[in-house]
Design a protein around this ligand. Structure first.
Ligand SMILES: Nc1ncnc2c1ncn2[C@@H]1O[C@H](COP(=O)(O)OP(=O)(O)OP(=O)(O)O)[C@@H](O)[C@H]1O
Ligand SMILES: [Zn+2]
Length: 723
């Protein structure tokens, strides 16, 4: 391509690459972030190697000029290859993937300063309830007018009014100010013999600066974090950046504290709750190679690190690394690809690795490093099954007598207990005892879940929520509603009735919705301000509370319903993880698993501790079914508000399915969640041989079809969710 032309990938969802003229005096190269006109509007985009992005050639005379080049480093070749690979593998538009890399357009659109606002402490003469509310909620926080208005739940005009009165002032924030540098030698721990061996392999791999995936397979509490911190230290010493991916933002806060203890300052945390100025500062520092360690959930994966030397995926077995909307990608798998493009090691850390990951070890593609015992004097907990048929709880209760006794004893000893139930709210189903009416979501094929603390019924799929009615809307009988089955709130009620003196906490995404809330919970646990925690999967991972000795799994069978191919594996992982919270200090831990199926393979494996046998049996079953990792799936989901239209398109897709020995197409059938957010859904499931290029076939197959704008067709490659 001649020097005065550039091929640009613009952030426009419907447009492919476009050619522009580079005006006189402007310099661009592949990776340059530019502003390009489309119609009357400027769009952000990135200059790409023309030969990699074929498009219709446009004559020189029809080219429009690029508007400007951003004051930001160009995206590296490794990032560009990652964007291409992800779009290709997950059948997503390039621009949607690029958007994840450019996630903060503010970072390169304006000057490197931002004006923020904060309270001055001055109380205006003319107070209104709105102004009062604003000043109270803003407190000592700072942000854009828009951000303060959101925090205070008032209009932007109220904030501007307060500004005129001098109660709020403007401050200039320099988003180029550097971050403190973590010190690899700040407070290194004394590693055990086992830990030293593993750490030195990891340090060497960082030094070698070559692609190398590792499975760091260590039991809960073995010091995986301590050990991969040594690899981080090696990257720091070599002047390279590190990315640590965690499955939930709730885990970042305790991670930051722990990191600061080891390295003397916090790493950069990347999450959706950042203010514009924080996002921008982080993005710029990451792109310039100045931010040395970044921790975040999925979205941190696509950031434009300049000089990446190490990637860690902690709790790598977690299914929350799979993104379920927009670009359907699996952050664990993309992290490995990124390591390949960046030529750096990738550490997948887990006490319960996924079958897919173990398989890669067997194939010799990943190197396994083991930490088989807990650090120090801590022992793995005893695990015992409680047969709910032989030893049922009292009528109307959910905790079996044996578990109640164990918690009694823990309270007596001044130790903490944890009850795990992966169900938010009070009850998963509410019905009228008079007419049998069940409360269903109007937008989804799902029951409304009662949340008693806020007195509402909510749909966990679309968020639709209504106040819990006093009378049945069907038969108008008053006080006739009954709750069926337990959620965490109901267990908390039982706990309060059994141990009225005990201090309890409910931990779910409803109560721990921000990093600050998570930090507060950790503090309360550490200070002994909580005796009994009742929580969902949010409490199962990563936390380290030495005084927690009893864990009760309220309903171990819950995850086995639904018959998804990973149900048993997921149940095993979840219960192992929650068990892993018990007995992490000097005091031994005990775990009770309440189940109706104590003879099921997964329960037996948990109790006997023979995880190898369980994995082997599961892997064999997958091999026989040619399920992942031995075969592949891709789901095609057709949805529309118009059921007939969705059905027609789904049938057309089914009818035109390519015939192949290597691949079989099931469906279309109504999806188990036949309606979601008001859209009717049909699913086709493609099952193929491992080595078969499903993506290419699907691309060609769907590419040749047409459907109206009201029907949406989404492809989920390697699906984790079969709803
Ligand atoms: N060498 C060491 N020196 C001092 N403390 C250590 C050492 N190794 C581990 N620990 C401590 O033991 C506890 C458990 O370690 P860590 O959290 O790293 O384990 P983990 O394997 O990541 O656990 P999980 O999988 O349950 O999250 C932590 O409090 C950690 O600080
Ligand atoms: Zn709903």
């Amino acid at each position: 391509m001649p020097g005065n032309r550039a091929r640009v990938l613009v952030l426009h969802p419907a447009l492919g690459p476009l050619d522009y003229r580079v005006p006189h005096g402007m310099r661009v190269e592949p990776g340059s972030i530019v502003s390009a006109p489309i119609g009357p509007r400027p769009y952000a985009g990135v200059v790409w190697e023309a030969e990699r992005l074929p498009t219709e050639e446009v004559g020189d005379n029809r080219l429009r000029n690029l508007l400007s080049v951003a004051d930001a480093p160009p995206l590296t070749a490794a990032v560009r290859r990652l964007v291409e690979w992800t779009a290709n593998y997950y059948l997503a538009p390039l621009s949607s993937v690029l958007r994840m890399a450019l996630s903060s357009t503010a970072a390169f659109e304006n000057a490197p300063t931002i004006i923020e606002y904060r309270a001055t402490g001055l109380v205006p003469d003319r107070m209104t309830p709105q102004r009062e509310q604003a000043l109270e909620r803003i407190g000592d926080r700072q942000g854009l007018v828009r951000e303060l208005a959101t925090i205070a739940d008032v209009s932007e005009a109220v904030i501007r009014g307060l500004c005129k009165l001098g109660a709020i002032e403007a401050v200039t924030v320099d988003t180029d100010s550097p971050y403190p540098l973590p010190d690899p030698n700040f407070a290194p721990p004394e590693l055990s013999k086992e830990q030293i061996d593993v750490a030195s392999i990891l340090r060497q791999a960082v030094g070698a600066a070559a692609f190398q995936p590792f499975l760091l397979d260590g039991v809960t509490g073995s010091g995986k974090t301590e050990v991969y911190f040594e690899a981080v230290a090696a990257a720091l010493a070599a002047g390279k950046q590190t990315l640590v991916l965690l499955p939930e933002i709730a885990l970042t806060e305790p991670f930051l504290t722990r990191f600061a203890k080891r390295f003397g300052c916090e790493p950069i945390a990347w999450h959706s709750g950042l203010r514009t100025s924080q996002r921008r500062r982080a993005w710029r520092a990451i792109a310039r190679g100045q931010a040395m360690v970044t921790v975040g959930a999925r979205s941190a994966l696509f950031l434009p690190y300049r000089n990446l030397g190490l990637i860690v995926v902690d709790e790598a077995h977690e299914t929350s690394f799979k993104q379920e909307d927009g670009v359907h990608y699996h952050a664990r798998d993309v992290a490995v690809m990124r390591g390949k493009f960046e030529s750096c090691p990738v550490i997948l850390a887990s006490a319960t690795p996924a079958i897919e990951t173990r398989h890669q070890v067997e194939l010799g593609r990943y190197e396994e490093l083991k930490l088989p015992g807990r650090y120090g004097v801590a022992e793995l907990p005893e695990i015992e099954a409680i047969d709910l048929i032989k030893e049922p709880p009292e009528r109307g209760r959910w905790l079996a007598p044996k578990l109640v006794l164990a918690i009694d004893a823990a309270l007596e000893r001044g130790e903490q207990s944890l009850l795990f139930l992966n169900r938010r709210g009070y009850a998963p189903l509410t019905l009228c005892r008079h007419c049998g009416h069940r409360f269903q979501c109007p937008n989804c094929t799902a029951w409304m879940v009662e949340h008693r603390l806020i007195r509402r019924l909510s749909c966990h799929h679309c968020g639709h929520s209504v106040p819990t009615p006093e009378i049945c809307p069907e038969c108008e009988e008053p006080d006739s509603l009954v709750a069926c089955g337990p959620g965490v709130e109901r267990i908390a009620d039982e706990v309060a009735a059994l141990w009225p003196q005990a201090k309890t906490a409910i931990v779910t995404s409803d109560t721990l919705w921000s990093p600050a809330k998570a930090a507060e919970f950790v503090q309360r646990m550490e200070h002994g301000d909580i005796d009994i925690v009742v929580g969902t999967q949010l409490v199962t991972k990563g936390y380290h509370f030495p005084n927690l000795t009893v864990v009760g799994v309220v309903d171990a069978d819950l995850g086995l319903d639904g018959g998804d191919l990973r149900a048993a594996e997921r149940t095993f992982q979840q219960i192992m993880q929650v068990s892993g919270r018990a007995g992490r200090g000097e005091k031994p831990g005990t775990v009770f698993i309440q189940t109706h199926a104590p003879d099921a393979g997964v329960m037996q494996a948990l109790v006997s501790g023979d995880s190898a046998a369980f994995y082997e049996a599961e892997t064999e079953a997958r091999r026989e079914a040619e399920a992942p990792p031995f075969g592949r799936y891709a789901a095609i989901i057709v949805s529309s508000e118009d059921k007939g239209a969705a059905h027609d398109v789904a049938r057309m897709i089914g009818r035109t399915a390519p015939q192949s020995e290597e691949m079989h197409v099931y469906g279309p059938a109504p999806a188990p969640l036949a309606m979601l957010r008001g859209r009717h859904r049909f699913r086709l499931l493609v099952h193929a041989r491992r080595a078969f290029d499903v993506q290419d076939v699907i691309r060609e197959w769907l590419g040749g079809l047409e459907w109206g704008a009201k029907v949406r067709v989404a492809v989920d490659v390697d699906p984790y969710n079969f709803l």
